[in-house]
Ligand binder design. Structure first.
Ligand code: HMG
Ligand code: MG
Length: 320
């Protein structure tokens, strides 16, 4: 069996894509059991070694809200100098203070496109989430940090149903106006479809937001993540979030399952001849190792196809 697809490029697609890895944060925030800090550190080191240029490490959020990531400071200490380059989630000034103390260079704030999810995820209204982020973004920028901003529920919301494009654009534009450098548009519950992706990117363009300011963040609940990625590529997007082994979800959104698996994205991009800089074999080894740590198989189709028997993990905390 071939371990890489045949390369057949297609005209009109970007020659290079940036993969923004969220497995250690989006993936592990959703685990029922708290993963030991040293396992997280090893996971992150392996992801970096596989060539991933951006590895989101953790979140400086309330440990009461997300106990899975309560070890953020210990994890950063374990990662040393390399950890300072890795993006971390920060919701408020308390989180920013914690990140600045540790020398973090890149943060991500995370907003909601809907009122209900803003309340459930941030304990804030649609409007007051922006009031919370304003000093965070301003102080981070003044300190020379890079700032990414997520918008969740861009393609649908489990409580509110369909989300108007204009509502997503309004929240996204507000975050850019506050000084965020990049906007990651999240399909938190994976309900988006290809035409919707094209329409949303166009709506941002019409509102004056260049495509190179946008990233796409797909969860794969309905198996649409790769198709939606293809729509994003065709619309000229060049940054895609993904999670090694397809880990992921959101503890505050029912029906949020794993992210687009990084292996599936790498396989797809490789076949199109689009450069991404990731070593699929190393990434695969990492996800197989992680599936043993978590005690269950990866949902990634590529991990299942290429990971062999080792991919069908059953017992937790064994080293592959
Ligand atoms: P709150 O309860 O309104 O906060 O929560 P508060 O300001 O009233 O503070 C309450 C207590 O929490 C205080 O402690 C604070 O010090 C503490 P006390 O005085 O009671 O002892 N606290 C903190 N501690 C550590 N670090 C902090 C922090 N902030 C407050 N930063 C808050 C508001 C935003 C803090 C809370 O709602 C929260 O932490 N939410 C995080 C939710 C989260 O992490 N969700 C998952 C990430 S988003 C996601 O996954 C979607 C994404 O992947 C994109 C997509 O898929 O769409 C990004
Ligand atoms: Mg997510």
């Amino acid at each position: 069996m071939s371990e890489l697809p045949a390369v057949v490029p297609e005209q009109g697609l970007p020659p290079r894509v940036t993969i923004y890895e969220v497995g250690a944060r989006d993936g592990l925030q959703n685990e029922k059991a708290v993963v030991p800090t040293e396992v997280k550190a090893e996971f992150i080191r392996r992801l970096v070694d596989a060539g991933l240029p951006f590895v989101e490490a953790t979140s400086f959020v309330s440990p009461t809200w997300v106990p899975q990531l309560a070890d953020a400071a210990d994890l950063m200490a374990m990662l040393g100098e390399a950890g300072k380059e890795m993006p971390v989630l920060v919701p408020n000034e308390r989180g920013l203070d914690r990140a600045l103390e540790l020398g973090v260079q890149c943060i991500a704030v995370f907003a909601s496109a809907t009122e209900t999810f803003a309340q459930r995820n941030l304990n804030r209204s649609l409007e007051s989430q922006l009031t919370m982020f304003e000093p965070v973004i301003r102080r981070a920028r003044d300190a020379g940090l890079a700032v990414r901003a997520y918008v969740s529920m861009c393609f649908g919301d489990p409580w509110e149903g369909q989300v108007p494009l204009a509502q997503v654009v309004a929240v996204g534009k507000a975050l850019l106006d506050l000084g965020a450098g990049q906007l990651s548009l999240g399909d938190t519950i994976g309900v988006g479809t290809a035409g919707h992706v094209t329409a949303l990117v166009r709506a941002f363009e019409t509102a004056g937001v260049a495509r190179d300011r946008l990233a796409l963040h797909f969860h794969d609940t309905y198996g649409q993540a790769l198709t939606n990625t293809y729509a994003g590529l065709r619309a000229g997007i060049t940054t895609f979030d993904a999670s090694a082994g397809g880990l992921g979800g959101c503890p505050f959104a029912k029906s949020a399952t794993g992210n687009l698996a990084t292996e599936d994205l790498v396989w797809f991009l490789t076949g199109l001849g689009i450069r991404h800089g990731v070593d699929l074999a190393k990434l695969l080894d990492t996800s197989v190792w992680m599936s043993h740590q978590l005690g269950r198989p990866s949902p990634s189709a590529v991990v299942r196809a290429l990971g062999g028997d080792a991919a069908s993990a059953s017992s937790p905390r064994q080293t592959a």
